[in-house]
Design a binder for this molecule. Structure first.
Ligand code: ATP
Length: 245
């Protein structure tokens, strides 16, 4: 495959002081693809996401390359990464609790559109089409939504920025299985828009169902990688990450 990936991470190292968290990991995500990173607690998944997004704490040291559409952005500030189309939906979701749903969504478009630009209206329509429930609740305070609805707002807000690379950190956290399926179904639909998605998940079963390609991260190394369907059938993955159910 000769087409350039949207995201290409090469030999990424991260250390917090003397504690190394990533020992040179490499991964790729192409346009319209979903890549997932699964692995146990403490493996370095959040560190990897934060390093790619440029939001590591100042005392963290990094080495290696983070290429977005062929350009190394490893030392580019977070706001410039956003302007280049990289958008992280953090585990915390970080909504403005006392603001209505719609204002939370509109905040996502500020990196993309200047004041007075009407194009955000089309993007808002697209988000409401994906999440009809948010349209119904557009005037409701975000802090009063259910967990699943809040995850929808966090995802919708990221889409308002028209990302090229969408990074989702544990979108299933704290959600009921049915809601997890609903959210991942929407993530799968986004492939048609050409966005590249990097999905970090504890819920390996759900992640492998929706992803095209998967990486298993263990103690700061990529222990295993391959097409998601193949990994879902790999005995080591089944034993360690999928249980026997
Ligand atoms: P979890 O699924 O539990 O969130 P994770 O795979 O996301 O785990 P990280 O949070 O990236 O793993 O942690 C990787 C390693 O780096 C751990 O040993 C952790 O203690 C350490 N670490 C993470 N953040 C910091 C930090 N800000 N300062 C120092 N060490 C850190």
């Amino acid at each position: 495959n000769t087409t350039q990936p949207i995201l290409h991470v090469r030999d990424l190292h991260v250390a917090y002081g003397r504690v190394e968290a990533l020992y040179g990991i490499s991964l790729k995500v192409g346009a319209g693809e979903i890549a997932t990173v699964i692995g146990p607690n403490g493996a370095g998944k959040s560190t990897m996401m934060n390093a790619i997004a440029g939001v590591l704490p100042a005392y963290a040291r990094t080495a290696g390359k983070v290429e977005l559409q062929g350009e190394d952005i490893a030392t580019v500030p977070v706001e410039d990464r956003l302007a280049r189309g990289l958008c992280l939906v953090p585990e915390t979701r970080a909504l403005f609790a006392t603001m209505p749903v719609e204002d939370n969504l509109l905040l996502g478009s500020y990196s993309r559109y200047r004041a007075g630009d009407r194009h955000y209206a089309d993007q808002l329509d697209m988000v409401y089409e994906l999440f009809p429930r948010l349209k119904e609740r557009r005037k409701q305070q975000a802090g009063t939504l259910s967990g699943g609805e809040r995850q929808m707002v966090a995802l919708g807000r990221a889409l308002m920025a028209k990302p090229r690379l969408l990074m989702l950190d544990e979108p299933s956290l704290g959600l009921a299985p049915r809601i997890v399926q609903e959210i991942l179904h929407i993530v799968a639909r986004l492939k048609q828009t050409g966005v590249a998605t990097l999905l970090v998940e504890q819920n390996a079963r759900a992640a492998l169902q929706v992803a095209d390609y998967a990486y298993v991260l263990e103690t700061g190394n990529v222990a295993l990688e391959g097409p998601a369907r193949e990994l879902a059938g790999d005995p080591r993955v089944i034993e360690t990450y999928l249980g026997l159910s």
